[in-house]
Design a protein. Structure first.
Length: 409
């Protein structure tokens, strides 16, 4: 410990930067300890909770984190069982949820019970493709049109160049957009079981070099031109999809509505119409749902997904219809960006959470684990939105939050 103190003092004197510690000490775990000791000294507090972690930073620095000092713990729960009938997810599942919001897990769990007792959720992945959209500048609109036509004619060559950077990635299409002398080329890839953003970025970068060289009259200004659209809400993703475009649906029986959800189909449908559709439309929202983000965030944190992509992954629509005395409900998630390999999925606790779902690692054939995971996520979102609509219909929302969010009995 005395040996490490000298590095803390060097940090204090500005003789060493926090980013250089890994190289100087030759061990990422020791570097994390020194950074934490430095911060503790600076603030006059002991960070014992942050220090408590099973993570091996030798494995993570350079892949998942820079300048670590420890880890943050979030309570992890399970909800279920949830009966799912998908192309890949079949049977009953217990879903891991990481959250510190009281009442959320109970809400999802009750929705799962209602869905399961009514025969389960049917789920379908409509589209599967990760997008990266560089922006090019050209002299004029004629050249912009010429570039788009050239890309169409040379798609096979561009595909070959892009796919030379990856074992699993396949370029499916290039979607062109022109505004003045700006051209966006939205590259869409199949990325196997990876969420695929890094894969798409590296492949597209190589393709852009080829286009600049061979076309000769276009300059790539930015590898990401914000038409991808990554980590920002955008209606383009709703229309074209990004990641997995998934729909989950169920018919909730009258007796289940009454016994489990304490509501009826007509009232729940009216809440959906006036809250999710009229309210969202009047507010100018791009999504018409009750709380997709709550469920998406809890699953993403539990399973090591890219947390910033909760933004576009939670865009979507809840639709209801009264069918006799039963309730039809569906959720549509056009931009669900998930994976079971790469990124945070390699962290130990997150990998175990994926194992609970039976989707950890690569699928056989490649891509099937990510598709199965997407179906499970969509079915869970269905259960979560169903229950919130029912709670509002039965005027139970405030009472549930008071009891489960404030600890009152």
């Amino acid at each position: 410990m005395e040996d490490l103190e000298k590095y803390v003092e060097m940090l204090e004197r500005g003789e060493l930067s926090i980013s250089k510690l890994d190289k100087v000490l030759g061990n990422a775990n020791l570097a994390a300890l020194v950074r934490r000791l430095f911060i503790e000294k600076k603030i006059g507090k002991t960070l014992s909770a942050i220090a408590s972690t099973i993570l091996d930073f030798e494995e993570l620095v350079g892949r998942n984190i820079e300048n670590p000092i420890g880890a943050v713990q979030i309570p992890l729960a399970i909800a279920g069982p949830l009966l799912i009938e998908g192309d890949y997810a079949k049977g009953e599942f217990y879903v891991p949820l990481a959250t510190h919001e009281g009442a959320l897990v109970a809400s999802i769990n009750r929705g799962m019970k209602a869905v399961t007792l009514s025969g389960g959720a049917k789920v379908k992945v409509i589209k599967d493709g990760m997008a990266r959209a560089p922006v090019f500048k050209v002299p004029d609109v004629r050249t912009a049109y010429e570039l788009v036509e050239w890309v169409k004619e040379h798609f096979d060559e561009i595909k070959r160049v892009a796919e030379s950077t990856t074992r699993h990635g396949k370029l499916k299409e290039i979607q062109p957009f022109i505004m003045g002398n700006n051209v966006w080329l939205r590259f869409v890839y199949f990325t196997g079981d990876a969420m695929g953003m890094n894969m798409a970025t590296i492949a597209t970068d190589k393709a852009c070099e080829y286009i600049e060289k061979e076309f000769g009259k276009a300059q790539c200004v930015a590898l990401s031109g914000n038409m991808c659209v990554d980590k920002k809400p955008a209606h383009l993703n709703v229309l074209l999809g990004r990641g997995k475009y998934v729909v989950a649906e169920a018919i909730i029986k009258k007796e289940v509505l009454e016994r489990v959800l304490k509501a009826d189909a007509k009232t729940i449908n009216e809440v959906n119409e006036r809250k999710n559709w009229a309210g969202s439309g009047f507010a100018g929202s791009w999504s018409f749902n009750a709380h997709f983000a709550n469920i998406i965030a809890a699953i993403f944190l539990a399973t090591g997904q890219d947390a910033a992509q909760i933004v576009e992954s939670s865009m979507g629509f809840t639709w209801t219809e009264v069918r006799g005395e039963d309730l039809y409900i569906s959720v549509t998630l056009p931009s669900l960006e998930v994976g079971t390999v790469g990124g945070g999925t390699r962290l130990p606790t997150q990998r175990e959470a994926l194992e609970i779902l039976g989707v950890a690692g690569g699928g056989d054939p490649p891509g099937t684990n990510a598709l199965k995971f997407a179906e499970i996520v969509a079915a869970t979102v269905l259960a979560g939105d169903l229950n919130l609509l029912a709670a509002l219909a039965a005027k139970q929302l405030a009472k549930a939050h008071e009891r489960l969010g404030r600890g009152k009995k």
